[in-house]
Design a protein around this ligand. Structure first.
Ligand SMILES: *[C@@H]1O[C@H](CO)[C@@H](O)[C@H](O)[C@H]1NC(C)=O
Ligand SMILES: *[C@@H]1O[C@H](CO)[C@@H](O)[C@H](O)[C@H]1NC(C)=O
Ligand SMILES: *[C@@H]1O[C@H](CO)[C@@H](O)[C@H](O)[C@H]1NC(C)=O
Ligand SMILES: *[C@@H]1O[C@H](CO)[C@@H](O)[C@H](O)[C@H]1NC(C)=O
Ligand SMILES: *[C@@H]1O[C@H](CO)[C@@H](O)[C@H](O)[C@H]1NC(C)=O
Ligand SMILES: *[C@@H]1O[C@H](CO)[C@@H](O)[C@H](O)[C@H]1NC(C)=O
Ligand SMILES: *[C@@H]1O[C@H](CO)[C@@H](O)[C@H](O)[C@H]1NC(C)=O
Ligand SMILES: *[C@@H]1O[C@H](CO)[C@@H](O)[C@H](O)[C@H]1NC(C)=O
Length: 530
């Protein structure tokens, strides 16, 4: 009843052209990941939200629209929202489907988050700002509320024959088991679509094309990718027609690497694990992070470029549930912004949220008041701005792999010219120092640590010796590559930008604005051919 009414409502509207952004157009982007139900309400109200109850708290797509300034002010130019399609209703015994990952009907929207018009309004509000929309999709399964499932409750896959025979995955070393048995449990079985069947496969290919087109998406994040055979994915990605980034939940680069051959990119889970353990305490192992990153650089199709680099997400305990030492937090948070891939920040990290494992890590952001003048919000702002400056001032920044120049048991020096990040896991009681003989700067070049806005001068060989107080990271840029009228340490910046090859965040936005316009025109043209 509900489904039919809603489907009728969805049908007629004119889609705005998406930017239809390619992988390459995402290379310079920075993504803000949010859980729609927990990010912002339509009217700005702040209802209570007890994460342990696992129920809808009231966030909507209109709410997201109302807080785009907050996201954009931090320097993000893409937003990843949680899945949009209709989910199972009511309390399942494992809570409600507020997260969006329990699909019931792939062709209707989740009314809790708003209407078709609201989702289109979000896409257009983002595009007006030159920002990208990333949709999150689940292809592997549909969610049931009984065991065995009531197959007739699913749409359009409404018979048992549309699914693999029920068996819960029990052997993760058996790839057939991983692909054909089921996720979930007897309370919420995740009925595994028979993606060996051509009809199912073709329905999914047609569906993703429709979803991306109908809602003007610029990119797609794909859930549970390793649970479908690899050769399903290339044509899925082709039908999506935009950047695809897959969740392959595994820490092994050799296991994850082949998925970079069938999709544009993956979420960089292999780096996530050693990143977390490297910085979570002064005894963390920095060498294992270095080793892993070097493996990923040589194993993935495009090295680490365009992989989604993250410190937190909705499936893992927040970093600050493990340590609240702000020096460690700032070092770990710096990583996604100074490495080769696309940085992703999970909403709430900037507000210092400390939620542990799911469901505690899905707090309502409205309870923070969206305060912008806070240390971690400012840290993120600086990191986004300095990355855009580096992109603007060096045409090779986005295509040259990072190098580790000097690693000790408690410090790292990560070089991506003209950026040099000096990280440490010594913690807030330490005063780390770095000695980087071959940093690649000009002799005696004036540099700026953008984290503290302090001057540092390269030595006569272009090397760097520097130290920080209280264990905070340092992120160095030549003063000449920072815009003296810009937002980053303008009192120390000497770059004017105009034509000299140096620049700042503003010029980077301007440059990609050109790409956006061209992409929008191309998308409009191809849309008219359909
Ligand atoms: C905001 O919306 C909620 C949910 O629809 C409603 O309960 C509340 O009264 C509204 N608050 C205001 C101030 O309009
Ligand atoms: C792997 O899993 C499949 C599906 O559960 C099963 O049929 C097969 O026997 C398993 N293979 C091995 C070697 O255990
Ligand atoms: C896209 O819109 C068309 C036309 O309204 C509709 O038939 C189709 O089901 C929609 N697809 C999705 C995934 O919403
Ligand atoms: C990593 O994955 C590869 C490929 O699947 C596998 O051969 C290897 O045993 C895995 N290594 C570990 C340590 O699990
Ligand atoms: C740190 O990790 C590296 C690389 O994986 C390993 O060789 C080394 O033994 C580890 N160090 C400690 C103290 O565990
Ligand atoms: C360092 O961090 C710890 C853990 O959060 C905290 O208890 C301590 O007060 C901090 N010390 C300083 C000097 O900030
Ligand atoms: C630009 O990047 C390339 C590749 O890392 C590097 O060789 C070159 O020195 C950089 N130029 C500047 C001005 O930083
Ligand atoms: C430098 O910053 C000013 C003020 O934000 C801006 O107008 C100018 O375009 C910037 N120059 C460059 C090259 O980014």
């Amino acid at each position: 009843m509900f489904a039919l009414r809603f489907a009728a409502f969805v049908a007629p509207f004119i889609a705005l052209p998406a930017f239809a952004a390619s992988a390459d157009e995402w290379r310079s982007r920075a993504i803000y990941q949010l859980v729609t139900d927990r990010f912002a309400t339509s009217n700005g109200s702040s209802p209570p939200c007890d994460t342990s109850q696992r129920v809808y708290c009231g966030g909507t797509w209109q709410g997201v629209i109302s807080k785009l300034d907050y996201i954009q002010n931090m320097g993000f130019d893409a937003v990843w929202i949680s899945p949009v399609v209709a989910n199972v209703e009511g309390n399942t015994g494992e809570g409600e489907a507020f997260h969006g990952y329990w699909t019931r009907d792939i062709n209707s929207l989740n009314e809790h988050f708003g209407s078709t018009d609201d989702l289109n309004a979000l896409a257009s509000a983002l595009h007006t700002r030159g920002m990208f929309l990333m949709l999150d999709v689940v292809v592997n399964h549909m969610a049931a509320t009984s065991n065995p499932p009531d197959y007739s409750s699913f749409s359009p896959f409404n018979t048992q024959a549309d699914f693999h025979l029920e068996c819960f995955i029990d052997d993760y070393n058996n790839q057939t088991d991983v692909e054909q048995c089921w996720l979930g449990d007897t309370t919420v079985p995740l009925a595994d679509l028979n993606t060996e069947n051509d009809d199912i496969v073709n329905t999914m290919y047609t569906w993703i094309k429709g979803l991306v087109g109908n809602y003007s998406a610029d990119g797609v994040r794909i859930d549970t990718v390793k649970h479908i055979r690899k050769d399903f994915w290339p044509q899925f990605a082709q039908n999506a027609g935009v950047f695809t980034i897959g969740e392959v939940l595994d820490g092994n680069t050799s296991y994850v690497g082949p998925y970079t051959q069938v999709l544009d990119s993956v979420l960089d889970y292999p780096t996530f694990y050693p990143l977390t353990s490297a910085f979570v305490s002064p005894t963390g192992n920095l060498s294992s992070l270095v080793e892993l990153v070097q493996q990923a650089q040589s194993t993935y199709k495009d090295g680490e470029f365009m992989t989604g680099s993250f410190l937190e997400n909705h499936d893992n305990p927040r970093f600050q549930s493990m340590t609240q030492d702000q020096a460690l937090v700032k070092n770990a948070m710096t990583w996604p912004f100074i490495q080769d891939g696309v940085p992703i920040l999970y909403y709430g990290q900037e507000q210092g949220y400390t939620g542990g494992a799911d469901p505690a890590n899905r707090e309502a952001l409205w309870l923070s008041g969206y305060v912008e003048d806070k240390p971690l919000v400012n840290h993120v702002k600086t990191l986004n701005a300095v990355r855009k400056s580096a992109i603007a001032s060096n045409g090779s920044f986005l295509t040259t792999p990072l190098k580790f120049l000097a690693t000790t048991s408690s410090t790292l020096a990560v070089s991506k010219p003209p950026l040099l990040a000096l990280l440490s896991n010594g913690g807030n009681a330490s005063s780390p120092s770095w000695s980087v003989p071959n940093a690649g700067y000009a002799a005696n070049e004036p540099l700026v640590d953008v984290v503290s806005c302090a001057s540092v001068t390269a030595d006569s060989n272009g090397g760097v010796s520097a130290s920080s107080q209280g264990g905070v990271p340092m992120v160095l840029m030549p003063a000449s590559a920072l815009n003296k009228s810009g937002s980053v340490c303008s009192n120390l910046a000497t770059g004017s930008g105009s034509g000299s090859g140096s620049g700042n965040a503003a010029s980077a936005v301007g440059a990609s604005g050109g790409i956006i316009l061209a992409a929008a025109l191309a998308a409009a043209a191809s849309y008219m051919l359909l």
